[in-house]
Ligand binder design. Sequence first.
Ligand SMILES: [Fe+2]
Ligand SMILES: [Fe+2]
Length: 396
Amino acid sequence: MASLISHRLPFSPEENALLYAASVLHHHGLGRVAPKTIQRLLADVFDEASPAPALPSPVPEALREVLNAYEIPGSGTPLASRLAGVLRLADAFDQGMEAQPIYGQDPGEIIEGLRDGVEAGLWPEAALNAMVESTRAQAIPPVEAWRVPVFPQAALRILNILRDPRAGAAEVAHAASLDPATAGLVMRLANSALFGPPAPISTLPAAITRLGFAATRKAILSAALSPVFRSPRLETAWPHSLEVADLAEQLAALSGATDPAEAYLAGLLHDVGRIALLPVPLYDWALLQRLERQGCPPVYAENLLLGTDHAAWGAQIAAGWRLPDPLVMALRHHHRPENASHPLVFLLYLAEFLSASEEDLPSIIRLEISLKGLGLAWADVADCRVSPVGCWLAAA
Ligand SMILES: [Fe+2]
Ligand SMILES: [Fe+2]
């Protein structure tokens, strides 16, 4: 957030670098420690993969001044005080976002609540105005521009067949045969090292017998829905969706809260709202990417820059596809389980959490809401891992 604010203020590159380093280090309480300690910490925090910003010299002293001014509002040089004010404002916004499960405020309401801090001398008015400008929902194109793919017809027919509780091996084989890509994936999985006695299998019924009903169903659903995610900006979303689906299915079986197949489908589609990011203008896309590179979780960045997030867009897309209401709701609230009391929502939140996707700021409150909603304890789920079939599908 600090970098988003500074983007709109007349800071020099050196001042921006100083602010960035101070943002990364400000929780360490370094305002009064020796410059050498700061130097050592800088070396620890920044490495080759994430190089330290080009800081003004002498580095530790300039940084120490900002960190000191952060701890004591109104202290330090005018520059240190200004940068510390931005940092304090960004921090206060973060705290508002973390308290969302309790107070339910959206980013606009949180910012409104921060106006008092200008009067109190905690941060400059220019910084607050820059924050308002940064969080205006102007970058998201209208729904018509999202280029939402039609829901794959093969997937629709397959879903209908698999939803029938009387479906047996013959029906599943029929579902797999409806689409060549789906049949191909089932055959490859059956002949993979995971299931493979060396004798190769060449017919679909034999492949399904070898895989069993559950693994076949997973392969069929994933093959049928993968075309939805075919886009350069979504290349990481699909393997992640397969992992979340796999975990959601396990959690459904563990809790008995809902049908594991429904949970698997919800997991596959949970981040489909990222499609709405495809037509976002290049400038805003680059800004989102920059925030993520600096450690800002994507859901947080979407809310900041676009005023909403992929969970809300996913629900819009799923509703447009006329998918069942519980699934639409699960997509809408999968990062905000406090807003809906439905097992699918809790399953998706937990599956996201267990997949270590780091899509949003971690929240103990949301974790507890989800566990409680499913009648589970952390010890029940702590060892959940993506299954070998899930790993194979994610890598396929
Ligand atoms: Fe996700
Ligand atoms: Fe998500």
